[in-house]
Each structure stands twice: as structure tokens, then as C-alpha cells.
Design a protein around this ligand. Structure first.
Ligand SMILES: C[S@@+](CC[C@H](N)C(=O)[O-])C[C@H]1O[C@@H](n2cnc3c(N)ncnc32)[C@H](O)[C@@H]1O
Length: 609
């Protein structure tokens, strides 16, 4: 990947200016350069993914009014101040900007600079040799927890200025965490030794964000999906091994894998428990023959007088401004009144429902980043529902036109997504490739995060309905206590010595800390791997010999205990008779609790012999 190092100047803190002159014109697409002011016209925007910031930023680069040359700063700059503040960067520090795709860039602090910064400290410190070389060849990576903690304390100048008595227990625990400054790279070593595998560095875009610009994938925004480009890379990688693979995605989500398979003319099947996501995936896969003109005509004819009230079990009146709510009720009522006497009508109605679901959060007082939460000062105009709905229909129509022109031959390709539990659903087919991304352990609540869309589209009618779906899913850390109690009382669960050790360590740390979000965390962790075992077992039984099971997953830090989710999944694969072909590190990320702890996201490739 192409990258550049940018040195920060005082203007980064003051005005959010990142001096891009060192990048050179070739580093950016030529059309990114826009007029001197917004009024003069924007360039074509690029997406910046700044590590640690919740949302990607879309911006162009303005040119200078007088000279007509690039001003070499991004037009949007507020985020730069947040970014430098978040990493406590100063003028003179450097950051790396890396081109991930034509219009997507990642920006992160320069870690080498941090290492040399640590090295400087250790040189002046007489009591510890922090620079001893290690198996990974990185200075400083053999630090004991105590040394790492000392180092962290030295580096974080203001730690010593805190009045610790004013901090609550949670913050104190974070401050005193032995994991500060640590990394999964270091903590994985004993597990890797036992598995006898090495992690290969293979940075690539695995998140959904780039899909917002991709045909079909962009129909419904889905924070937790993964990148279509990543799926395409996998398909390309194995195109000589399996000429026309049949593909399975047990956690289909909004259907990234299945849509991408169909765009290649490959048959595929997926399971997805969330009825809204199942509906989205199904509609994205099975509406390819809808005439864009017919869609547009039906959209134009939607009656405006058939309102349908917002779901009563949701707090719709605080989620939406009254005038916005009224207009959403008009659109929803209009769509509901469309008759479905033919398959054609049903498909169009589904596309309209999908478009409606896709605009709901943008019309609300909430934001998903990635969890659903209220945003202060979000201004939504009463006409926003109509404007966004119209845009979405336009987008879908454009994509249908493209499909019917460029992918016509693949329209009949068989693809199916089943609203079912991947633990229990028995497939009749056998698959060459299973490509998936399971829920992350302390990641997202896939039910609560989509409750608004599920409620409005009437997939659920009460909180109880939501809970019922949630209880069946691979566990997340806000499941009901009752479910976990039931789990640890049941005798037939999968375990291994790593899981047992991790459980004991978490238990000890919860006791040491005196408080933790959930006392039953050890069992939540255990249930996660038990769920994964059951799903993997089911997938393995439907895999052909010579077939591959490819999973993208992130690891976790829980109550100061490192949980090597990727390696545990690989180990489960071994227990199920698969061979670990490779484990690749696709991305580094930071622990949500201990920000200085580096986690990873990995791609695990398992082979059925
Ligand atoms: C990380 S997401 C998958 C995203 C997908 N790869 C995409 O790009 O759209 C995990 C998905 O698994 C689903 N899920 C969780 N437990 C499940 C289960 N037991 N059976 C089927 N689906 C499940 C969740 O609803 C969620 O959509």
C-alpha cells in the first residue's frame, strides 16, 4: 500500500491543518481538488478513516484562490483537532496517511515514532533495560506488565497530575491496568507457540465503510458488515482452485458475501437471524430483474394520505422530531398500501421498504457509530424523509440499470438467504467456500442496534420480540443474565484449557478490581466460544473435502485479560478436524477500554482435508 508520513505543525492543533504538501499530487485522485470555497464547487470527495475516530470523514482538498494551486490541507479539518488530541500528538510528531483504495485513506499516528519515543525514555532510565531485542525484533516488546506500566506512566505526563481520589473505580481500574501499552502481538505468543503457527501481516480493508460507494452494497448502510473488496479478493485468490464455487455465509448480515458471490456468477447460501438484516440481504439479492422504470413509477405513485403510525413500543417521539415523524408515517403508510398480487409488485414493494429502512436513522435524532445513540444538536428538516427517500430510490434504480446491463447473465444465479439460526440450520448443499465474519465477542448488539428499522418494518412488535431474537444469537455482552445462568447450568458445553484459564483469570481480575460491568463475564466469554463451536461444527459438516472456511474476527481485552479470539477459533477448527492453513493480520485496532492496548483483526483460513 502507498503511504506518506506527515509532520504535524502547530496549525494542526490550532486550525486542524494537516500539511499535505509532502504527499504530492499523485497520491490523490486528480479530481479531489475543489474550488477555493464550497460555493466555488467541491472536488470529488475522498474518505479518510482516522484511527480512533468513530466515523470516517469525507472531504476534498481546496485550491488557493490566487495561485490556483492546491492549498495542501483537507477542506474538513475539525476532526484533525480531535485526532491529535485523542493521541496526545504534538507539533513535530508524525502521522501516517495510507491509501487503502482509490478514494479511501487511513490516517494513524506513526507507531515507530512512539517506539523511538519509548526508547528515549528507557535510555535515561537506569533501573530497567527496556530495549532488549525480542523474538519479534521490536524494541520494547519484551516488557513485563510492570515495566510497561512504568513506561506508560512516564509517557503520559498528566497521569501524575491527576488527583486519583476523584476518579471513579472504573477509571481507576483503567488507569492502573497492567495492560496499558500492551498488545495482542505480545500476549498471543504462548498461544501461537502451542498452535505452532505464525501470524502473517496482510493489511487490507475489511470493514464495511468502503461499501457505501459500491453498487448494491450501498443500498442499506450496515456498520458491521465487511468490505466487498475483501470478499472479492478471497474469490480471486481461489478462482483457480474452485472454478465455480458454491459459497456459504453462516452470518450473512446484510449479504455482502452473497451479493459479491452473485456478482461473480457463483451460487451462494446464507443464514441470518436478524429478520431485518435477512430482509435486506434477500432484497439485495433477489430484485435484480426489477425494472428501474417500474420502481420509479411505483415510487412516484405512492399515496400521500395513508399514514401508518410509528411503532408504539419504541420511543419514537424522542427518536424523531414531530414534523419528521409525521412525514415518515406518511411514507410508511403509502408503501404499506401498495398491493402485492404479483411477484413483480412484491419485489418492488420490498425495494421501497428497504429504501425506507435505510433512511430511518439519518432522519432521526440518533446516530450509529457504531452503537445507536442520541446526538445533540442534530438538525433534521421536516422534508428530510422525502429528500433521502428520493435519493435512495434513485441510487437503487441506477444500480438496477447497471446490473441489467453489466451483470445480466448472473441475474438467474441461485442465491438464498435463510432467516434461521446458523447453529441449527441443516444445509442440503455442500459448499466449497464458507466466508464469514462472526459477531465480535464484546462487540455489537445486533438486535438493539436495528430496533428502529425492525419496529417500523414490523418485524418485531415489542421489546419481548427483540429479546427473543437476541437470546438466540451468538452471545454479546448485554444478553440477559437469565440466559447466561441457564448456560452455565447446562452440562453439554464445549470448552478447552485456554477457555478455562481465561475464565479463571477474568474471574480473578473482577475480584481484584472490585467492580466490573458484568460479574458473569467469564461465562459470557465461555458461551461465545460454545456458540461459535456449534456454528463451526454445523458449517464444517456442510463443507466439501478440500473446502475452506475463512473467518474474519477481532480479538478482545476483557477485565485486563487478553482473549485471542482468532486463535481460539483456529483451535476450535483443529478440534473439528480442520487444518489451520494461515492466520493473517488484516488490521490493528485499539481496545475500547485500554486505548493504548493494541488488538488486531485477523483472517483465519481453515482447510477441510
Ligand atoms: C459481523 S455480522 C456479519 C456481517 C456480514 N459479513 C456482512 O457483511 O453483512 C454478524 C451477523 O451474524 C448474525 N448472527 C448472530 N448470531 C447468529 C446466529 N446464531 N445465526 C445466524 N446469524 C447470526 C448477526 O445478526 C449479524 O448480522
Amino acid at each position: 500500500m502507498d503511504s506518506r508520513v506527515i509532520k504535524l505543525t502547530p496549525a494542526a492543533h490550532k486550525h486542524g491543518n494537516l500539511n499535505l504538501s509532502c504527499c504530492g499530487k499523485d497520491f490523490f485522485p486528480p479530481d479531489v481538488f475543489g474550488g477555493p470555497s464550497k460555493k466555488a464547487g467541491l472536488g470529488v470527495q475522498i474518505t479518510l478513516k482516522a484511527e480512533g475516530l468513530p466515523e470516517p470523514v469525507k472531504t476534498d482538498i481546496p485550491i488557493d484562490n490566487k495561485t490556483g494551486k492546491p492549498r495542501w490541507i483537507f477542506r474538513k479539518r475539525k476532526w484533525v483537532k480531535e485526532f491529535v488530541h485523542c493521541y496526545k500528538l504534538r507539533a513535530g510528531n508524525t502521522v501516517i496517511i495510507e491509501r487503502l483504495a482509490k478514494r479511501i485513506y487511513e490516517i494513524r499516528p506513526n507507531n515507530n515514532q512512539r517506539i523511538s519515543c519509548q526508547a528515549n525514555i528507557s535510555k535515561t532510565s537506569s533501573d530497567t533495560n527496556l530495549l532488549s531485542p525480542t523474538a519479534t525484533g521490536r524494541p520494547g516488546s519484551t516488557l513485563t506488565n510492570q515495566q510497561r506500566f512504568l513506561l506508560d506512566e512516564t509517557m503520559t505526563v498528566h497521569d501524575s497530575q491527576f488527583d486519583h481520589s476523584k476518579l471513579d473505580a472504573r477509571k481507576l481500574n483503567i488507569l492502573n491496568s497492567p495492560k496499558k501499552g500492551g498488545s495482542s502481538t505480545l500476549d498471543s505468543l504462548p498461544y501461537l507457540k502451542e498452535l505452532n503457527v505464525k501470524i502473517i501481516e496482510n493489511a487490507q480493508p475489511i470493514q464495511f465503510t468502503p461499501n457505501i460507494n459500491e453498487h448494491i452494497h450501498r443500498w442499506a448502510p450496515y456498520m458491521q458488515g465487511f468490505s466487498a473488496l475483501f470478499v472479492q479478493n478471497i474469490l480471486d485468490q481461489y478462482k483457480k482452485v474452485y472454478r465455480t464455487p458454491v459459497i456459504l455465509d453462516p452470518f450473512a448480515g446484510c449479504g455482502t458475501v452473497l451479493v459479491q458471490a452473485k456478482l461473480n456468477g457463483f451460487k451462494s447460501i446464507g443464514t441470518e437471524l436478524n429478520p431485518l438484516l435477512h430482509f435486506i440481504a434477500d432484497t439485495k439479492l433477489n430484485s435484480w430483474d426489477v425494472s428501474p422504470n417500474y420502481l420509479f413509477k411505483t415510487y412516484k405513485e405512492i399515496p400521500k394520505h395513508k399514514t401508518r403510525p410509528a411503532p408504539s413500543f419504541l420511543k419514537s417521539t424522542s427518536q424523531f422530531r414531530p414534523t419528521v415523524l409525521q412525514n415518515l408515517e406518511i411514507i410508511n403508510g403509502g408503501i404499506a398500501s401498495i398491493p402485492v398480487n404479483t411477484e413483480k409488485q412484491e419485489k418492488v414493494k420490498n425495494l421501497l421498504k428497504l429504501a425506507f429502512s435505510a433512511i430511518l436513522v439519518d432522519c432521526s435524532n440518533l446516530k450509529r457509530s457504531p452503537c445507536l445513540g442520541y446526538v445533540r444538536n442534530k438538525v433534521v428538516h421536516k422534508s428530510t424523509p422525502f429528500v433521502l427517500f428520493n435519493q435512495k430510490i434513485q441510487e437503487i434504480s441506477d444500480d438496477l440499470r447497471l446490473i441489467q446491463w453489466q451483470y445480466k447473465d448472473f441475474i438467474p444465479t441461485k442465491t438464498k438467504v435463510i432467516c434461521s439460526n446458523a447453529m441449527t440450520f441443516k444445509h442440503k448443499n455442500k459448499f466449497h467456500l464458507a466466508i464469514t465474519s462472526p459477531p465480535y465477542m464484546n462487540g455489537l448488539d445486533y438486535v438493539m442496534n436495528y430496533k428502529i428499522e425492525m419496529g417500523w418494518l414490523e418485524f418485531v412488535h415489542s421489546q419481548r420480540d427483540l429479546k427473543k431474537i437476541k437470546d438466540e444469537m451468538v452471545v454479546c455482552d448485554n444478553v440477559s443474565k437469565g440466559l447466561i445462568r441457564k448456560f452455565y447450568k447446562s452440562p453439554s458445553t464445549y470448552t478447552n484449557k485456554w477457555i478455562e484459564k481465561i475464565k479463571t483469570d477474568i474471574q480473578k481480575n473482577i475480584l481484584r478490581r472490585g467492580a466490573y460491568r458484568r460479574q458473569d463475564m467469564p461465562y459470557i466469554v465461555h458461551k461465545y466460544f460454545d456458540d461459535m463451536y456449534n456454528i463451526m461444527k454445523n458449517v464444517v459438516s456442510s463443507l466439501k473435502s478440500g473446502g475452506r472456511f475463512i473467518l474474519v474476527v477481532g480479538d478482545s481485552l476483557i477485565a485486563d485479560v487478553y482473549v485471542p479470539t482468532d486463535l481460539l477459533i483456529a483451535k476450535i477448527g483443529l478440534d473439528l478436524g480442520l487444518k489451520i492453513e494461515k492466520i493473517e493480520k488484516a488490521r490493528e485496532r485499539r481496545s475500547g477500554q485500554i486505548r493504548s492496548y493494541k488488538l488486531r483483526e485477523s483472517i483465519i483460513t481453515l482447510l477441510k482435508r
